[in-house]
Design a protein around this ligand. Structure first.
Ligand code: CA2
Length: 156
């Protein structure tokens, strides 16, 4: 069977509003721009992306479960569910694929409730505060990791 070279890009609640309000926090790029950044980064390595956004926790769980056999890795910005969802963490653990958690804003400069993530402990890498470039960094990291078996300096 040919090797799958697809990444699943997941965006959670309210990220469909990107580019329409709160530009000081989230910039002016839209969700379509975010998905294009990820697709371009993957395409430059001959990879593809499947993009999914939902405002509903269970739909996000379903999308993560569906990655088994359809994707080699997951980039996830779970939005506010990052800070609340054991279900998303369990789904990521269950599929067992490499995961990068992305946040557009620097959550560590914001409210205290944003500074705990249920997902970080099951992610291979976490990228915060790099704007939508974080999705490009995440795609590059995952492709390097999946292509060579490792990525990053001395990452365990
Ligand atoms: O910084 C991020 O990427 C966040 O995941 C964004 C979430 C927030 O709850 C996390 O703490 C950090 C919120 C996404 C809301 O996105 C909007 C975009 C434009 C306008 C309004 C909301």
């Amino acid at each position: 069977m040919p090797k799958t070279t697809t990444l699943l890009i997941i965006n959670g609640p309210n990220l469909n509003l990107l580019g329409t309000r709160e530009p000081a926090t989230y910039g002016t790029a839209t969700l379509t721009d975010v998905e294009a950044v990820a697709a371009d980064a993957a395409g430059s390595h001959g990879w593809t992306v499947n993009c999914f956004q939902s405002n509903h926790e269970g739909e996000l769980v379903d999308a993560i479960q569906a990655a088994t056999g359809t994707a080699d890795g997951i980039v996830i910005n779970a939005g506010a569910y990052t800070h609340t969802s054991i279900a998303l963490r369990d789904a990521l653990t269950a599929v067992g694929l490499p995961v990068v958690e992305v946040h557009i804003s620097n959550v560590h400069r914001r409210e205290e409730f944003r500074q705990h993530s249920y997902l970080s402990a099951v992610a291979d890498a976490v990228i915060v505060g790099a704007g939508i470039s974080g999705y490009r960094f995440a795609v590059d990291f995952l492709i390097e990791k999946l292509s060579s078996g490792s990525a990053g300096y001395a990452a365990p």
